[in-house]
Design a protein around this ligand. Structure first.
Ligand SMILES: Nc1nc2c(c(=O)[nH]1)N[C@H]1C(S)=C(S)[C@@H](COP(=O)(O)OP(=O)(O)OC[C@H]3O[C@@H](n4cnc5c(=O)[nH]c(N)nc54)[C@H](O)[C@@H]3O)O[C@H]1N2
Ligand SMILES: Nc1nc2c(c(=O)[nH]1)N[C@H]1C(S)=C(S)[C@@H](COP(=O)(O)OP(=O)(O)OC[C@H]3O[C@@H](n4cnc5c(=O)[nH]c(N)nc54)[C@H](O)[C@@H]3O)O[C@H]1N2
Ligand code: SF4
Ligand SMILES: [Mo]
Length: 682
């Protein structure tokens, strides 16, 4: 008899779907969205609707292996778990003894969003070892800092409230591609008369479905936000009462934005001045008006300031007072777990007597090639594929090829990074292990138990780091913690949002709404102030607000632009998840394309379908030209992230992106990237 089992999608996606799995004889036959979950609402995105293909793929890694070919070549032989763990433990011990434990670097991100497998036993292990700490900046740190500077705390409008809005602005947010469970709420609002606008350098699927799309020059959002405030304040369209009660420093803000005329912003953003004026008026006078800001805007050199200034818009209009108003970037901060208890950073004291050094994951190339005192001698990769997703790929690959670097990779598939491993370990998928999940696009906490048996010799990250701790002789009791004990530790928090939520309740109900508001009432974090500042007010600190164009942009370094005149955006591919589905042929094809405007194609004698070389001083990659209207002249777009190993020259767009960091937060600047494109001669 088929059985229905529950799970949670662990992919790095705001929606964090609740899943319903049909299982017959311990084999899944169907995967669906849970119809009872208020945000999943019974459907899945296209990429995960096909997840069983990945689950049962013949390409899954099934047993531990040791490299026998050259680094990067991908030839391995099977070994036992005992051999693998013994080798890793003895190498890490020897490297730590010779160079100090900080010569060991963990490298992980959100391949799984599960807290135990991505933020738990692994952290304990590396802290106890005294390894370097990884600064996990690759995705959102610039925005995190921008939001924190603006609001003090990063709470967001609930997705369920978007249905009440009359104006919805998707700002650097490809909702149909990366956050599809918000869409039904937007459609409901539109059926009730709401207008839906998009602001993006590309007209992606979401832009094509909008009432109006604003093409903005990459990295110029701060200029637009300042000019919108210029109009809103200049024309007295702001909410004087809200501003008076709940903000600080408005007079300085008023002066600051005076110089940010729509004409000035028009030059920098490419959006005509009269459209900026009209948007400002409409935004300020429509109630409720909500902004869906996603992380696209903050992957540029001025990304943190962009988020900070955009976050002021619903403050000056008092939009936070309205159900269905405000702004959503991320909801994750409301999940106020006992992370300290999970991660056990205090164990570093035992190893080092201090905190270990911090290494920025967006600068992996530099870390592997130039860092000293001590140099990185061992790299342990899990939940991430840095050979494909990290910027300045040629430097990353050069580092990964180093003979004196010991590399361990925990993976489900033999992707680009796996090819560089000395020891390659087979990992379970989220359908096969226990984990606890926050969400960054809603306020439901979720638990998943194994819905399927772990195939072959696969093991979860938790099991692997537990076993390694034992091999290393770490006898602290926390290394013997069971999965349930770790979850109880996480839930052991004094924060009211988690009040009373227990493991038993999660086991029973699968998803539980945080106690962010009373049952049946919407969460309105800043309806009456309540900003994350000592006085609860929003502090504009307008003297700090400023904009200069990114070095790598049309208004940046003129010399650079002469050689590399096109602005490359390598945003998320609609039908994949970073590099996670890179083994799929259809994904490989859609991430092997570069979209150009007809004018840019014509001036280079490029025709649709031509193979083109796209290059700059850092590197090059080969893609197939698509000539269309999704980008204006001067911008090229390459949906990401392809497995480089499947590409000519074994590199993807990250051979082009730089290790330059954002204005704050130490984030990568994937979308501030100047390139040239040429047709490959026949
Ligand atoms: N289908 C799919 N879904 C995903 C992912 C995926 O790879 N594929 N990845 C997941 C991850 S890791 C994340 S972080 C989220 C990200 O979700 P999003 O932030 O929505 O995704 P991005 O593609 O990074 O950026 C969104 C949009 O910002 C635009 N953009 C780029 N530069 C600028 C700019 O300077 N200004 C403005 N206004 N817009 C700009 C891009 O063209 C893009 O259309 O999605 C998650 N969901
Ligand atoms: N050019 C360009 N580069 C980008 C981006 C971009 O937009 N453009 N986006 C950036 C962003 S926002 C992000 S977040 C990063 C994402 O980059 P990564 O964090 O590297 O994400 P993925 O490429 O999805 O790789 C995650 C890997 O984790 C593995 N995995 C999943 N679950 C488990 C598990 O339980 N255990 C183990 N051991 N492994 C597991 C998967 O098999 C997969 O190979 O990429 C960044 N790179
Ligand atoms: S990737 Fe996102 S939308 Fe797709 S199933 Fe997972 S959580 Fe849901
Ligand atoms: Mo991300």
């Amino acid at each position: 008899m088929p059985e229905i089992r529950h799970s949670v999608c662990a992919l790095d996606c705001p929606d964090c779907c609740s899943l319903s799995l049909t299982v017959e004889n311990e084999r899944a036959t169907k995967l669906r969205g849970d119809s009872t979950h208020p945000v999943t609402r019974g459907f899945l995105c296209g990429k995960v609707a096909q997840y069983l293909e990945r689950e049962y793929s013949p390409e899954r890694l099934m047993y531990p292996q040791r490299r026998v070919g050259a680094k990067g070549e991908g030839r391995f032989e099977r070994i036992s778990w005992d051999q693998a763990l013994d080798t890793i433990a003895s190498r890490l011990r020897a490297i730590a003894a010779e160079f100090g434990p900080e010569s060991v670097l963990p490298y992980s991100y959100a391949g799984t969003m599960g807290l135990l497998n991505g933020d738990g036993m692994d952290r304990r292990f590396f802290h106890r070892l005294g390894a370097s700490r990884l600064d996990r900046t690759i995705c959102s740190e610039a925005g995190v800092v921008g939001m924190t500077e603006a609001l003090g705390v990063r709470y967001s409008t609930e997705p369920e409230q978007f249905r009440h809005a009359k104006l919805i602005v998707a700002w650097g947010a490809n909702i149909l591609g990366t956050n599809v469970h918000l869409w039904p709420f937007i459609m409901e609002a539109r059926r009730n008369g709401a207008r839906f606008y998009t602001i993006d350098p590309r007209r992606n699927r979401t832009g094509a479905a909008a009432d109006k799309h604003f093409f903005i020059h990459p990295g110029s959002d701060t200029a637009l936000a300042l000019a919108l405030m210029h109009v809103i304040i200049g024309e007295n369209l702001y909410d004087a009462d809200y501003v008076e009660r709940y903000t600080e420093g408005f007079d300085t803000l008023r002066q600051r934005v005076r110089e940010w005329t729509p004409q000035r912003a028009a030059e920098l953003t490419g959006i005509p001045a009269e459209e900026i004026v009209a948007l400002a008026r409409e935004y300020a006078t429509t109630r409720p008006a909500v902004i869906r800001l996603n992380y696209g805007v903050q992957r540029s050199e001025r990304g943190s300031m962009a988020v900070r200034t955009i976050a002021f818009l619903p403050v000056i209009t008092g939009s936070w007072k309205d159900v269905g108003g405000g702004l959503q970037l991320s909801t994750s901060q409301a999940f106020q777990f006992n992370r300290a208890g999970l991660r056990r950073a205090d164990l570093q004291q035992k190893a080092l007597g201090r905190e270990a050094r911090l290494v920025n994951m967006a600068e992996l190339g530099a870390a592997l090639n130039t860092l000293g005192h001590p140099p990185v001698k061992a790299l342990v990769v899990y939940n991430s594929n840095p050979a494909a997703i990290a910027p300045n790929q040629n430097a990353v690959h050069r580092g990964l090829r180093r003979d004196d670097l010991f590399t361990v990779v925990l993976e489900q598939f033999q992707n680009d990074t796996a090819d560089y491993a000395d020891i390659l370990l087979p990992a379970t998928t989220f359908l096969e292990h226990t984990d606890l999940y926050l969400a960054y696009g809603h306020y439901y906490l979720q638990l998943a138990r194994p819905a399927l048996p772990a195939p072959g010799e696969t093991r979860s990250n938790v099991e692997v780091f537990r076993a390694l701790a034992q091999r290393m002789g770490f006898d602290d009791p926390c290394f013997a913690d069971s999965d349930d004990e770790m979850i109880r530790t996480l839930l052991d928090s004094p924060h009211p949002y988690l009040n009373g939520i227990t493991l038993e309740q999660l086991d029973r109900e699968h998803f539980v709404r945080l106690k962010v508001s009373n049952e049946g009432t919407p969460f309105q974090p800043f309806a009456a102030g309540g900003f994350g500042t000592p006085d609860g007010k929003c502090h504009f600190r307008a003297e700090e607000l400023d904009y200069t164009p990114p070095v790598e942009s049309r208004h940046g370094d003129a010399q650079l632009r002469q050689k590399y005149p096109l602005e490359l955006i390598s945003a998320k591919n609609d039908d994949s998840m970073n590099s996670t589905f890179g083994h799929r042929d259809a994904v490989d094809r859609s991430t092997a394309e570069v979209h150009l405007h007809a004018a840019d194609a014509a001036s280079r004698a490029i025709q649709a379908g031509d193979q083109v070389r796209i290059y700059n001083a850092r590197g090059s990659c080969v893609l197939a030209a698509v000539v269309d209207e999704t980008v204006p002249a001067g911008v090229v777009s390459a949906p990401s992230v392809r497995w480089g190993k499947r590409a000519p020259g074994k590199g993807n767009v990250n051979a082009l992106t730089s290790e330059r960091l954002t204005d704050a937060g130490g984030g990568p600047t994937f979308y501030s990237c100047l390139v040239q494109v040429e047709r490959i001669g026949d």
